[in-house]
Design a protein around this ligand. Structure first.
Ligand code: GLC
Ligand code: GLC
Length: 821
């Protein structure tokens, strides 16, 4: 069953009923001010950091599920009937409802009793505020006298403190209301120089800022007393819970419409100019008032919306494809890159599933996210790389997380996830392939942000590689440390106390447990760095990196092969993990993907055998499970993975992030059919017809889909902020469609399903545009055999970088099964 449909022309997903299986979310904001918004207007906003500068409250995991939001109430003055045009929070029946989630905006339209309301929400580019434009129309044959009530609940800035420190917070809330503008200024009297404001373009009939007064005793958001009786009390919040609510009255003739603009924003004052007049406690509004005036003028809205659309046009025009498959087209052209930008902006901070107070920017997460957005915003990717590298430690290890506001490593989590540094190497190489900017390697970057410790970025990368080589275990394989990419395989943890963190508890010495995943990742990263180093003329370094990779490959061959697939690890007791000799957890997906991507086993058949085992044992109709059979009980020596019931999360869920590795591996072996088959299984758009099973949004990837052994096989969780976004984008665009930036050219190397007659793509790369047509003889399984560049036939399938500003016509023919090179 579907709850809506894709409107590809407008690049929107249109939700046609409010009671979706779960709240279906979107994000607002592209620069510094962000918000998330559900299809019933739930969500919250923040400035830069979802934890430290939260503007409004959202009740994660409440009941009903999605409360706290950007709410309006409409009230008919004739009979006192009131409702929410976004359905929540009153959940009154609506005669019509539609929510359009677009690129950084959401528009909710509804009708009740002849009153049509359309609310458009977005953040104007470059501003630290959000606009809500309410468009009401009277479709009755008679005059309508209406009241509109707005509502936000303010968060007292630090979202963790806000949710926990009630003995203080019930006493610190402060507001000002001046000229109809509600200012939230809790803690402004002391060390905060920032405040929030909530304004409205109509003259107001009243306002409330004290939650209890607006709601009335013992009431919830669904039946506020102020709305029920049709007037606010002009309450001024003192402590407790400050809110913002405007009351406005509209009298509309038949067919008359009206636009009302609300703005919610964030503003800062210089410390020495906080108050006006000086010496008082009144906010100095000299800077903010012109901003408010500008955005309350309804004609600013259209222009800002246009520039928001233009900025997305620009970003999405980097790659545009036309394939025979509509699900592929809309994910590649619209939603997948859009989701990649969300992970760029928000990492894993805040979503319906992430509270915004748990995690900062993850080192490995953010490094991998770069793969997805580097094509769209190379300059910002460059800065991100330098920020990440500055949290590297002198040892080559890395802080596992850093805080976006301070950009400093998070001491509470520390370091010791031994895969982390290698992701930086892969991210830098992806950046250079995209931009051609090898000069980034010369940037001076400190370690642990310590002034004076700077070395060129290239040295940081060499230390990342050495970090692995300095930490080899008994078999010569990389030591796993706290965990590798699979956060839940905690081989040095041995936790017997409930409540202990699997992520940070390390009870074993750590000198024994080894990871096959890191082994594969090391080979891949060493080869990538060798390529980069060779580009700069250092053949000796390159050769030594390649030799290190070869030695690791030999070690994997000797100690990492289980007979039909790659092992996962050796545990702290010397036992094997991910072997047919284990009772549970016999095969893991991630080492199969990573080792084949690194080129291990391509010539001796082990790669093909590993992928066949994945197909036999891990592939399900809902995607590739991470491990099988899942663990049915807690294994002290394996850690968190065995804490999940079978089929969920890392314990045998379809962990979407790892699926593209298998897709890429299949293309490397030349099986486009298999790669695309997997691609379709997790493609959210292709899963839209089974939304009652999938339950998450059909336009973005989720971290996990419950695996075969779960009670809810096929049910997705943790949508939006996941590495699944960047890896799926990489798999489909660079490997299946095969338009792949390399250091010295654009590789055209598709591995397609055999029924396709081909596809076309337009790719902007290093300032030139490549108009690519791929023809495939139907029924043929093969690779590109002939390539015409501007009509000239060339050797191989690598198109050299063209002049900036030029357009290059590329025609490729996929012809037969013979290997190309
Ligand atoms: C989560 C984490 C990511 C980790 C993955 C697998 O998605 O954000 O860092 O690699 O889980 O455990
Ligand atoms: C848990 C999750 C994992 C995530 C980690 C982040 O271990 O299962 O997916 O990466 O928490 O802290």
């Amino acid at each position: 069953m579907q709850y809506g449909y894709f409107d590809d022309d407008h690049r929107e997903y249109v939700i046609t009923q409010p009671d979706t299986p779960l709240p279906w979310m979107n994000y607002l904001g592209t620069d510094d001010y962000f918000g998330m918004i559900s299809n019933t207007a739930g969500g919250c906003s923040f400035y830069r950091d979802a934890r430290l500068r939260r503007l409004t409250r959202y009740r994660h995991n409440g009941a009903p599920l999605d409360l706290g939001g950007r709410y309006l109430y409409l009230r008919d003055e004739l009979d006192g009937d009131y409702w929410s045009p976004s359905w929540q929070p009153t959940r009154s029946p609506l005669d019509a409802y539609e929510c359009r989630h677009g690129l950084s905006y959401t528009c909710i339209v509804s009708e009740r009793a002849g009153i049509r309301a359309e609310i458009l929400y977005f953040v104007p580019p470059g501003e630290t505020l959000e606009v809500w434009r309410l468009r009401v129309r009277n479709d009755r044959g008679t005059r309508a006298d209406l009241s509109v009530f707005s509502l936000v609940e303010f968060c007292l800035w630090d979202a963790l403190d806000d949710a926990t420190n009630f003995q203080r917070n019930f006493s610190v809330g402060e507001v000002e209301v001046v000229d109809g503008v509600i200012y939230h200024k809790s803690e402004y009297r002391e060390r905060r120089n920032h405040f929030a404001y909530f304004a409205c373009s109509e003259p107001i009939a009243g306002f409330d800022t004290q939650r209890d007064v607006f709601l009335g005793p013992n009431r919830g958001w669904d039946s506020p007393l102020a709305v029920e009786r049709g007037r606010c009390s002009d309450s001024i919040a003192h402590g407790w819970a400050p809110i913002g609510s405007h009351h406005i009255r509209l009298s509309l003739a038949p067919s008359e419409g009206r636009d009302v603009v609300f703005i919610l924003g964030y503003s800062e004052n210089p410390a020495e100019a906080k108050f006006d007049p000086p010496g008082t406690q009144t906010i100095n509004k000299a800077r903010v008032r012109p901003v408010i005036d500008r955005w309350l003028a309804t004609d600013e809205v259209e222009g800002a919306l246009r520039s928001l659309r233009d900025s997305w046009d620009e970003l999405l025009s980097v790659l545009e494809v036309d394939t025979p498959d509509p699900d592929t087209n809309r994910m590649v052209n619209i939603w997948n890159p859009y989701q990649c930008m969300a992970t760029f902006n928000l990492s894993r901070s805040i979503s319906f599933y992430e509270s915004g107070i748990g995690r900062g920017m993850g080192f490995r997460d953010s490094s991998q996210d770069i793969l997805g957005f580097v094509g769209m915003v190379p300059a910002r990717a460059r800065q991100r790389l330098l920020d990440l590298a500055a949290t590297e430690l002198p040892s080559g290890g890395a802080y596992h997380q850093y805080q976006p506001l301070t950009k400093r490593g998070n001491d509470a989590i520390g370091s010791g996830f031994n895969d982390d540094p290698l992701w930086l190497v892969l991210a830098v190489s992806a950046y250079i392939k995209e931009s051609g900017d090898a000069g980034v390697l010369d940037e001076l970057v400190p370690y642990d942000n310590a002034p004076g410790s700077e070395t060129p970025l290239s040295e940081h990368l060499h230390r990342c590689i050495r970090y692995t080589l300095d930490r080899l275990g008994p078999h010569g394989l990389p030591l796993i440390g706290r965990a590798d990419w699979n956060d839940c395989l905690n081989l040095n943890c041995f936790s017997e106390s409930s409540g202990e963190s699997f992520q940070t508890t390390e009870n074993r010495e750590g000198g024994v447990a080894e990871s096959l995943f890191i082994a594969g990742q090391f080979v891949l990263a060493s080869k990538e760095l060798a390529g980069v180093v060779r580009l700069r003329g250092d053949d000796e370094q390159a050769a030594s990196l390649e030799a290190a990779a070869q030695r690791m490959i030999a070690t994997v061959e000797d100690h990492g092969w289980d007979g039909e697939w790659f092992l996962r690890a050796y545990d702290s007791l010397g036992g094997v993990v991910g072997s047919h000799t284990n009772e549970e957890g016999q095969i893991f997906a991630e080492p199969q993907g990573m080792c084949v991507m690194a080129g291990i086993g391509l010539s001796d058949g082990t790669a093909a055998a590993a992928l066949a085992s994945v197909r036999d044992r891990l592939a399900s109709e809902h995607g590739i499970m991470l491990v099988h059979p899942p663990f049915t009980r807690y294994h002290l020596e394996l850690g968190e993975i065995t804490s999940y019931p079978p089929g969920y999360k890392e314990n045998g869920g379809v962990f979407c992030h790892a699926n593209p590795w298998i897709m890429i591996a299949e293309t490397i072996l030349g099986d486009g059919e298999a790669a695309f088959d997997y691609y379709k299984r997790t493609n959210p758009s292709a899963r839209a017809p089974i939304s009652e099973v999938h339950r998450c949004e059909p336009y973005v990837y989720a971290q996990m889909i419950a695996g075969r052994d779960a009670a809810s096989f096929g049910e997705a969780k943790n949508s939006w902020l996941t590495g699944s976004a960047s890896w799926h984008f990489t798999a489909i665009s660079q490997w299946i469609l095969g338009v792949r930036p390399e250091l010295d050219g654009l590789r055209i190397d598709p591995a397609l399903p055999s029924a396709w007659p081909g596809f076309t793509a337009s790719r902007r790369w290093r300032g030139a545009t490549y108009e690519i047509t791929v023809h495939q003889e139907p029924g043929v399984k093969g690779r590109v055999r002939r390539l015409l560049v501007d009509g000239e036939s060339i050797e191989g399938n690598l198109v050299r970088p063209a002049l900036v500003g030029s357009t290059v016509k590329v025609e490729a023919s996929v012809e037969s099964d013979l290997p190309l090179r």
